[in-house]
Design a protein around this ligand. Structure first.
Ligand code: 2YC
Length: 291
């Protein structure tokens, strides 16, 4: 009898690696500046907006919380620099954050023994923040989607416009892209979706009657000024396609701009590999108002 092991691979999850996250701890101030140029908000303020809470109230609260990051060795194992990046992001927000001495279950034991309020842990398929005090659990995909959707909305407002009633193109219907559709609909945007998997795109659109599937990405880029690039694909938006009035909010890793488009984009391009998603996870986990 031949035993055929079918490897169950979840599409759409981009696995980070050391080279693209190693600079995160030293780049938090620059990230605040670039986000403020693009959206008028720094990381804390933007994450608070995505968490549905007032940043002034929250900024007085975060110092009261201790957070722990638990390295997880399962699957493809620990990513060098990952826990360090998450901890640095949390410290930048004002949390007392540390990495547990042990990974996995022993690390979770440490979380309870040291009385931490929140812990963060990621295996190959899920990245969660767990608040032990209020039992709020926040998923990175949902938090990342909300963070980059609100970055797009804040960028529109920063230009004196608003996302409500505007067409917004979501590229990529993986975990982040599909949550982004939900967040955009909550903000009243007119959502267009594109995925290279036509079957998936049409199935998604039939389930979400309010979104419009587009057959050609090039055509959609000609007509839509607001883009949420949640595809793990490089070079899908050229310099020519990045029109002057466009704003691209990009949780996708790698991002989709060609080198030419990137050089031209300036503050109209919002992107990072981890911070905004982690910041929204953290602030949502302490925002009892968030449901
Ligand atoms: O170092 C560790 O604890 C590793 N187990 C972390 C694995 C993270 C795998 N996930 C990713 O690289 C990203 C996440 C940031 C969200 C989606 N993919």
């Amino acid at each position: 009898m031949t035993l055929i092991l079918l490897k169950w691979v979840k599409p759409g999850m981009t696995r980070l690696y050391y080279d693209i996250i190693k600079d995160i701890p030293d780049s938090m101030e620059n990230l605040d500046k670039s986000l403020a140029e693009s959206t008028g908000l720094n990381l804390f303020e933007l994450a608070a907006r995505a968490a549905g809470t007032d940043s002034r109230r929250l900024s007085g609260e975060v110092g009261k919380y201790t957070a722990a990051v638990v390295p997880i060795t399962s699957g493809k194992g620990i990513i060098t620099g990952f826990s360090e990046a998450v901890s640095a992001i949390l410290c930048h927000l004002g949390f007392a954050a540390h990495i547990t001495g042990e990974p996995d279950v022993a690390g979770i034991g440490e979380v309870f023994n040291c009385g931490a309020d929140i812990f963060f842990a990621a295996d190959d398929r899920k990245f969660l923040a767990v608040n032990l005090k209020n039992s709020i659990i926040v998923d990175n995909s949902q938090a990342t989607a909300a963070g980059f959707v609100h970055a797009l909305a804040a960028a529109a407002e920063h230009k004196g416009k608003q996302l409500k009633g505007q067409p917004v193109l979501v590229i990529g219907l993986g975990p982040v892209g599909s949550h982004a559709v939900y967040e955009l609909e909550r903000l009243g945007a007119r959502v267009r979706v594109f995925d290279t998997d036509t079957e998936k795109m049409n199935r998604f659109s039939s389930l979400h009657g309010s979104v419009t599937p587009v057959s050609s990405l090039a055509e959609a880029l000609l007509e839509t000024d607001y883009v949420l690039d949640a595809a793990p694909a490089p070079d899908i938006v050229t310099g020519e396609q990045l029109r002057p009035e466009m704003v691209v909010s990009c949780p996708g890793v790698p991002h989709g701009l060609t080198a030419e488009a990137l050089a031209d984009a300036g503050s109209r391009f919002i992107h990072d590999k981890l911070p905004l998603g982690v910041a929204v996870m953290a602030l949502r986990s302490i925002s009892n108002t968030w449901v």
